[in-house]
Each structure stands twice: as structure tokens, then as C-alpha cells.
Ligand binder design. Structure first.
Ligand code: ACO
Length: 362
């Protein structure tokens, strides 16, 4: 029998604390107008909990949608570059918190492209017969790696999680084509230099613990890589662009999204965009967007969906997924994060104190 891997469940976790562009105007030298026109972002979420907690909530929603119990899962793949800890993996923490006692669990770091990488790995594990039910999660707490007084990065990112369940099937659905790629030779244009063994553990400069990015260069490379990889996977899937029903791209900048859509010659209604609400949630972006697309009735049975992403590494990924027959969840969950009694700005007080007031007037 030929095995395929169908997405049978989907869910997301959105932390409750909202950081608006006007909140950011207080923290750094920026404006709502600049952020809106240059990126398309209006607000983002700041998490009061760690990545594994957000991943668990998203996973419980995905499991309910697939009508499965945590013990039905035999593999957990967690795409993240902001794991709770280096040791153990955040996936191990998710496995324990879910009680997914039959699952092996690992983290996978390909930054913003990570969820498509994990979807590819999970699909291959199912197709090869080694696993039957896989949780593929993207969860990130980028707010941990930002200097909120640095306007070049602080305005771009947010926190969140999304998850899907992959199940083995004989129906020819799921991943039809995929491309994953990396150019490590230019990895330094988007990095966090001081977190990891390469960092100076004892005398680090505070800025080493935050994202450093050559924004315009990343932008240029993202437009090229996402557009070209998307075109190639559509062709490899044996589709013409007319047969693409929905593009769910990584949400880093609305101008990158528009350029990718133009390359595929897609109309605006064929592109899912939610960047205004969440900013760039790295590996969590696409599974969160997919969940919202399903909730909004934007996915039809049998739809051809294109995913495309670009991120630190530098990594890129694109895929075509043929959706199955079911676009409604089999069940729902009331899983949610514990309440928080602080505003997003209050959650960032330690960050701003650490990076100091000085940079704002630089
Ligand atoms: N508020 C106000 N002004 C700003 C801000 C801000 N937040 N940020 C930059 N500026 C200023 C700059 O200082 C510059 O001023 P100057 O002209 O006086 O020198 C001007 O705005 C233009 O700056 P650019 O950096 O050229 O602006 P650009 O249009 O390129 O937008 C941005 C910057 C939004 C970062 C864009 O380059 C971008 O989106 N890059 C891609 C990011 C990305 O895709 N990341 C994905 C991977 S992330 C991951 O994998 C974890």
C-alpha cells in the first residue's frame, strides 16, 4: 500500500497580551505609521509563558479536531528556535505535559522555515511506515530574543503556536511536493550571536542576546527565495498556477507576501494574510495561519494549498499540500493558557530595564 500523510487536526495558541504599535512608540523610536506602511503589522502578542506551554495548548486543539487522545500520537516534532531550554528539548516538555506517553519527541530548528521542514520530516516518517500519527508543531517566543529598545527588530516579531496532526492514509492527500533549502554562508545576516556555546557566557554584551538582522538584505533574499521555491513546488506538483487555491506564506512583511503572490500570479483572495494581528511568529506562523484559514472557511475539500517561508540560517521552504475531504474539526477543546495579570508592556519591563533607556536617543 502507498502511504500518504493527511492533516486531520489543526489548532493554535494565541497569548492574551497584545502589544500594539502605539505601545512600541513608548519603548523605541518608531511610529504606527512607519510599522504599518513598511511591514503591515499593527499588533503582536507577548507571551507570559514558555514555548512548551503554548505548544501544548495548540496541540490539544489539534488533537480535538482530529478526535485523538495524546496517547494516540507516536511522534512529536516541534519546530522552534526559542525552546524553553537547550536541555531538555521543548518537545520533551510537550510530550510530558500532554501525557503523550507513546510518542518520541524532538525539536527542529530551521527558524521561520521550521514548520515546513517539520511537515516534510513528519510526512516522510509516516510515508516510510515508521510512524502513524505525528504532531507537527510550530511554537515561538521571539519576544525573549528581542531588544525592545532596538526599532530595527522589536517591531517585527511576536509570540504564538500552531499545530497539526498528521495521520497515515491511503488517500492521495497531504504533501504533494516540497523544497527545503539552506545557505549557511550568509547566516550572519540574521542571528543571535550570544545565546549558545559560541556566546561569551561570562562577559557577554547584552546586545548579543538579541536578534541582529540586516533587514534589507534579508528582505531581498526572502522575496527571491520564497517566490522561486513556490513556483518550483507548484510545477513539481504537476499543477498550473490556476490550480492553486490558497497561498499561506510566512508572515514577516506584507511586502514580501505581496511579492510572492505576484510571482505566482495569485489574486489577493487566494492569499492568506494575518500579519496585522501577530507580526512574525517565526515557525508558528504558518500553522497558526492555516488554523485561521480553516476557521474562516478559506480551505475547500481537496484544495491545493501552497506554503512558503524564509528565515534565519538562512533557510527557505515551500510545499504544496492537497487537502483531504474534511475541513471541519471533529471536536473542540477548551484548552487555554493560564490567565495573566500584566499588560504586554508590563511583561517587557525587565527587557527594557536590561537594554536601558540609552539606545532610544541614539
Ligand atoms: N521605525 C521607524 N523607522 C525605522 C524603523 C522603525 N521600526 N526601522 C527602521 N527604520 C528606519 C531606518 O533607520 C531607515 O532610516 P534612514 O532612511 O534614515 O536610514 C529607514 O527606516 C529605512 O530602513 P530600512 O531598513 O531600509 O527599511 P526597510 O524598508 O528595508 O524595512 C524591514 C525594514 C521591515 C526590517 C525589512 O527590511 C524586512 O522586513 N526585512 C525582512 C525581515 C524578515 O523577513 N525576517 C524573516 C526572517 S526572521 C527569522 O527567521 C527568525
Amino acid at each position: 500500500m502507498v502511504r500518504y500523510a493527511e492533516i486531520t487536526g489543526w489548532g493554535k495558541c494565541v497569548p492574551p497580551s497584545v502589544l500594539s504599535n502605539s505601545d512600541l512608540e513608548v519603548l523605541t523610536d518608531t511610529s504606527d505609521d512607519w510599522i504599518t506602511t513598511r511591514t503591515g503589522i499593527k499588533e503582536r502578542r507577548i507571551s507570559h509563558v514558555n514555548v512548551s506551554d503554548m505548544a501544548v495548548v495548540a496541540s490539544l486543539h489539534a488533537l480535538a479536531a482530529a478526535n485523538l487522545e495524546p496517547t494516540d500520537i507516536d511522534l512529536i516534532l516541534l519546530a522552534t528556535c526559542t525552546a524553553d531550554l537547550v536541555i531538555p528539548s521543548a518537545a520533551s516538555l510537550v510530550q510530558a505535559k500532554l501525557g503523550a506517553t507513546n510518542a518520541a519527541a524532538l525539536d527542529l530548528n530551521a527558524a521561520c522555515s521550521g514548520w515546513i521542514y517539520a511537515l516534510n520530516v513528519g510526512t516522510q516518517m509516516v510515508r516510510s511506515g515508521g510512524h502513524n500519527r505525528v504532531l507537527v508543531i510550530g511554537a515561538e517566543k521571539l519576544s525573549f530574543l528581542l531588544d525592545f529598545t532596538d526599532r530595527s527588530t522589536a517591531v517585527l516579531f511576536g509570540d504564538g503556536a500552531g499545530a497539526v496532526v498528521l495521520e497515515a492514509t491511503e488517500e492521495p492527500v497531504g504533501l504533494r511536493s516540497v523544497e527545503i533549502g539552506t545557505d549557511g554562508s550568509v547566516a550572519d545576516i540574521l542571528c543571535v550571536p550570544g545565546v549558545g556555546t559560541a556566546g561569551n557566557r561570562y562577559q557577554g554584551d547584552p546586545s548579543d542576546y538579541a536578534v541582529h538582522m540586516d533587514g534589507p538584505e534579508v528582505f531581498r533574499r526572502a522575496v527571491t527565495a520564497m517566490g522561486e521555491a513556490s513556483s518550483r513546488v507548484v510545477e513539481q506538483a504537476g499543477l498550473s498556477v490556476d490550480e492553486v487555491d490558497l497561498l499561506i506564506p510566512h508572515q514577516a512583511n506584507v511586502r514580501i507576501i505581496d511579492a510572492t503572490a505576484r510571482k505566482l500570479k495569485l489574486a489577493p483572495e487566494q492569499v492568506f494574510v494575518n500579519i496585522a494581528s501577530y507580526g512574525n511568529t517565526s515557525a508558528a506562523t504558518i500553522p497558526m495561519a492555516l488554523t485561521e484559514a480553516l476557521q474562516e472557511g478559506r480551505v475547500e475539500p481537496g484544495a491545493n494549498i501552497v506554503f512558503a517561508a524564509f528565515g534565519a540560517g538562512l533557510t527557505w521552504a515551500a510545499a504544496v499540500v492537497r487537502w483531504g475531504r474534511r475541513v471541519e474539526p471533529l471536536g473542540t477543546s477548551d484548552a487555554h493558557l493560564p490567565p495573566v495579570d500584566k499588560t504586554a508592556a508590563e511583561l517587557l519591563e525587565a527587557n527594557v530595564a536590561f537594554y536601558g533607556e540609552g539606545r532610544r536617543s541614539e
